[in-house]
Design a protein around this ligand. Structure first.
Ligand code: PHE
Length: 439
């Protein structure tokens, strides 16, 4: 998350692949016929922003987070149960509403604008998102639904769903994963319900200024009670998932839509693991959603990373396996059952290298290559590692060498079979990305 939500840096200092932002896009070529792309039964017009691929489209609607007995569904249920238990209304009913069925096709306004993500922020780049067209994309986070649900009048809710990001390829990154977001809004009375004393406490102040501790409009006491409530429920969640004695720490963080912001890390298997990001919602978001009299907190977490730890699942691709050897290990009627995944068998890795000269017009970006490899190699590709990045001293041409590690999750791959895929990748890279293959 650190890398993804980096503070905005001046465009001149961004790396090349990030300079192609929406605002810089060229006007549409009206002479070209516009094809449609069909997503979840609805047709959408395409344009020069379209970069969703058939592989990615095939994941839409699979909804692993609600699939019966799926490990991601177990973790989702445990999180929901925790919030149902932690917050109840006067008659004992859960306070949080759960939305796990919202369409992943969202507008640029929902995913970015409504959350105050600056127009030239790197997270909007075409190289980092799957755009349907210039106005729509596959949501890059479940936070995309925050503002509209608040505008609908909801005060306490969870949003759970599949999210899509173009990223590197390894055992913990996959372009589709699942997130849970949570929001809680409080009036002054709700925020200070446990505070004793005769003075009336306020959540807003008039002449305050922004500091590392709070936004200008909030009182420090309101931020502190909200921070306490937020951290209490999230530490409670970590304890439910990882055990009462889990070692954890809070780290200051930055998100465009919260301030102050934190990240929760837990110590697991001898290392600190980022579990979630959270913070006090930017008041501007609440004002625009018509809820100016409340203060709120929000958090977001990824389900795959939690499930990989909790069930000892070694590779993120396994969540997409339809193999009964994987799925049957998670059949239980009690989501709290401790389950340890036992690899059915491990197949050998088959590394093959590819090197090429990049086109000199700077049109090349690694994520385009990663997508191309995924399209052709599918889930036989375990990792792609850039092993050499070299500029020729005379010609000034850049060469990249990538090691593609092939390994199937469910069977042995022969070198013959791998060579065939590898050749197809070389051919497609030369044709589509304009690179010059080196032999
Ligand atoms: N949307 C953020 C992410 O995906 C997580 C987050 C949600 C952080 C809500 C703060 C508040 O990285």
């Amino acid at each position: 998350m650190q890398k993804y939500w980096i503070r905005l840096i001046p465009v001149s200092r961004c790396c090349e692949r990030r300079i192609l932002f929406k605002t810089l896009s060229t006007a549409p070529d009206l002479t070209k016929p516009v094809a449609d792309v069909e997503l979840l039964g609805t047709k959408y017009p395409t344009d020069e922003w379209t970069n969703v691929t058939p592989k990615i489209i095939s994941k839409l609607g699979l909804n692993l987070h609600v699939a019966k007995h799926h490990p991601l569904s177990h973790v989702r249920q445990r999180i929901v149960n925790h919030f149902y238990k932690a917050y109840r209304n006067r008659v004992g009913n859960p306070l949080f509403s759960v939305f796990d069925n919202l369409s992943p096709v969202v507008s640029v306004a929902q995913n970015f604008d409504s959350l105050l993500v600056p127009v030239n922020h790197p997270s909007r780049a075409k190289s980092d998102c799957y755009y349907v067209n210039q106005d729509l994309l596959l949501r890059a986070h479940t936070t995309a639904h925050q503002a509209e649900l608040i505008a609908m009048g909801l005060d306490n809710f969870l949003v759970i769903g599949d999210v899509y990001r173009r990223d590197e390829i390894d055992s913990t990154h996959y372009p589709v994963f699942h997130q849970v977001d949570g929001v809680r809004l409080c009036t002054a009375d709700e925020a200070f319900q446990n505070a004793r004393g005769t003075d009336k406490l306020h959540i807003f102040e008039n002449r305050g200024s922004e500091s590392p501790e709070k936004q200008g409009c909030h009182t420090l006491e309101a931020v502190k009670v909200m921070e306490h409530d937020l951290k209490k429920v999230l530490v409670g969640l970590a304890q439910v998932l990882f055990g009462k004695d889990v070692k954890y720490r809070w780290v200051d963080q930055y998100f465009p839509f919260t301030h102050p912001s934190w990240e929760l890390e837990v110590f697991y298997n001898d290392q600190w693991l980022e579990v979630l990001g959270c913070g006090i919602i930017r008041q501007e978001i609440l004002q625009k959603a018509g809820t100016a009299n409340r203060i709120g907190w929000a958090f977001g977490l990824g389900l795959e990373r939690l499930a990989m730890c909790l069930y000892s699942i070694p590779d993120i691709r396994l969540f997409w396996s339809t193999d009964s050897g994987f799925l049957n290990q998670f059949i239980t009627d009690n989501v709290n059952d401790p389950i340890k995944y036992k690899p059915v068998s491990t197949y050998p890795q088959c590394p093959n290298d590819i090197s090429f000269w990049l086109p000199q017009d700077k049109s090349y970006c690694s994520n385009d290559f990663y997508d191309l490899v995924r399209e052709i190699g599918g889930d036989t590709v375990e990792q792609i590692i850039l092993i050499d990045d070299f500029i020729h001293p005379k010609t000034k041409k850049t060469s990249h060498c990538y090691r593609i590690v092939y390994r199937h999750m469910e069977r042995v791959l022969t070198q013959e079979e791998v060579s065939e895929i590898h050749k197809k990748i070389e051919k497609a890279a030369a044709e589509q990305l304009n690179v010059d293959i080196r032999n």
